[in-house]
Design a binder for this molecule. Structure first.
Ligand code: SAJ
Length: 425
């Protein structure tokens, strides 16, 4: 059975591009989101996120009638769930995944499911989440048979196919990357491959749902551990008065060494979150993964201490000034270069803490947003690059946006803390 109508639940950083890719292959796509503003924006042919090329694809998909957005699910042949899987804020030492959005999405599509449908969980999930989702669906629809009840001849197929695209390169990676397809049965996997082949040019590699869940968590944990190594090196080198970026460039000349880049910490909704999904499932076993998380999470505080030291140094050099008369600028709020995503951003955390601690003005330059997030609105001022360069005594470079790389740092008169090593080199 072919997939004529595809529904994507959750029109965020992954759901919207995925919906747009299917629509660009002339599939009828129904995007579902609980946020009415998001739905209205998409139905106008516009987008609510910054992602290169996505605006053009969405505009033409909506104009040609292949993509529409709604708030309540409608019948379709395949449903892709791409909703967030955040932490539970229960104050426990090891953060635990919150499957609440997946549960809501499953319960929302259950009434419109029919025999022959395919349900895919794309959200990054702890091991066992796909089976849990299948249970929620089965409980809501006792009239249908699910793969956990009847492995090969179920009425509804279910698979976990984790998204693995890099923000900023989503459109290209959605098409070119290989896909891990973790069906709850062979039939489920085959159906899922059939669906993704509509636009995926990479290989669709079949496994089971649990391995697919773990594969995604493993990839992001591996990267987190590697970034933690770079971040730890940067703190060690700072104490030893060694330029960490020069050091890494030298070490990377070794044919089997490839050290990543230090920064102000690790942000985003993936790498800063997913390793905890492994740690919380196997407490005491994932020690390296847990330590890497702690190292990366400690980096924003280390940057704050560097800022405080630079401020103290400035005041020593300028005894006529008080801290209140010193303006500090943070360059960048996003969690990484050339995107507008502020989720779990260490830059955001640093700017907020700085504004609390520093009695003078705190300015923020973030070329990818038009207004400050609520928690910063009364604390800092959003200004242009030129204003920040002209009015700051201290500049803290937090994100390596292309706009900042283009600045000739030799013309900066302020003191600089460059957490990304783009002006130091
Ligand atoms: N970072 C560094 N130094 C580096 C690389 C990254 O400090 O050398 C920081 C970034 O500034 C950012 C964070 O790490 O704060 C994460 O950025 P990232 O570019 O490593 O990854 P994400 O979160 O944008 O996307 C990751 C990707 N996973 C891997 O590369 C293994 C992507 O393929 C996943 O699809 C995505 O997570 C996801 O959705 O899970």
């Amino acid at each position: 059975m072919s997939f004529e109508t595809i529904s994507v639940i959750g029109l965020g950083y992954i759901g919207l591009p995925t919906a747009a890719m299917f629509a660009s292959r002339k599939k009828k796509v129904i995007g579902v989101d609980v946020n009415q503003k998001t739905v209205d924006t998409i139905n106008r042919g516009e987008i609510h996120i910054v992602e290169p090329e996505l605006d053009i694809i969405v505009r033409s998909a909506v104009k040609e009638g292949y993509l529409k957005a709604v708030t309540i699910p409608e019948p379709a042949d395949a449903f892709l769930i791409a909703v967030p899987t955040p932490f539970k804020s229960n104050g426990s030492e090891i953060p635990e995944p919150d499957l609440g959005y997946i549960e809501k999405a499953a319960k929302a599509i259950a009434p419109v499911l029919k025999k022959g449908d395919l349900v895919i969980l794309e959200s990054t999930s702890p091991v066992g989440a796909t089976e849990q989702m299948a249970e929620w669906l089965a409980n809501s629809r006792p009239d249908l048979r699910f793969p956990q009840q009847l492995s090969e001849n179920a009425d509804v197929s279910i698979a976990h196919c984790p998204e693995r695209v890099l923000p900023g390169h989503v459109v290209r990676e959605l098409v070119q990357n290989d896909r891990v397809i973790g069906g709850m049965s062979d039939m489920c996997s085959k159906r899922a491959v059939e669906l993704y082949k509509a636009f995926v040019e990479g290989e669709c590699v079949i496994t089971n749902a649990r391995t697919a869940e773990m594969a995604k968590l493993t990839e992001n944990s591996c990267r987190d551990v590697q970034i933690a190594f770079a971040n730890e090196l940067s703190m060690v080198c700072d104490q030893l008065e060694i330029d960490v970026w020069e050091l890494i460039t030298l070490a990377n000349r070794h044919p089997r060494i490839n050290i990543l880049q230090p920064g102000p910490g690790v942000g985003g909704h993936c790498i800063a979150v997913d390793p905890w999904f492994i740690v919380s499932k196997t407490p005491g076993l994932a020690r390296l993964i847990e330590t890497a998380r702690l190292v990366n999470d400690s980096k924003p505080n280390w940057v704050i201490k560097k800022i405080q030291m630079a401020l103290a140094e400035y005041l020593l050099e300028h005894p006529d000034k008080t801290a209140k008369e010193v303006t500090v600028s943070c360059f960048g709020l996003a969690f990484k270069a050339d995107i507008d995503d502020l989720r779990e951003s260490p830059a955001l955390e640093i700017a907020r803490t700085l504004a609390e601690l520093h009695p003078g003005r705190t300015l923020v330059v973030e070329p990818n947003i038009k207004e400050l997030p609520i928690k910063l609105q009364d604390a800092v001022e959003l200004v242009s690059i030129v204003t920040a360069l002209e009015s700051s005594e201290l500049i803290v470079l937090l994100v390596d946006h292309h706009h900042f790389k283009a600045i000739d740092h030799r013309n900066i008169n302020a003191k600089v803390i460059d957490t990304r090593g783009i002006w130091n080199r």
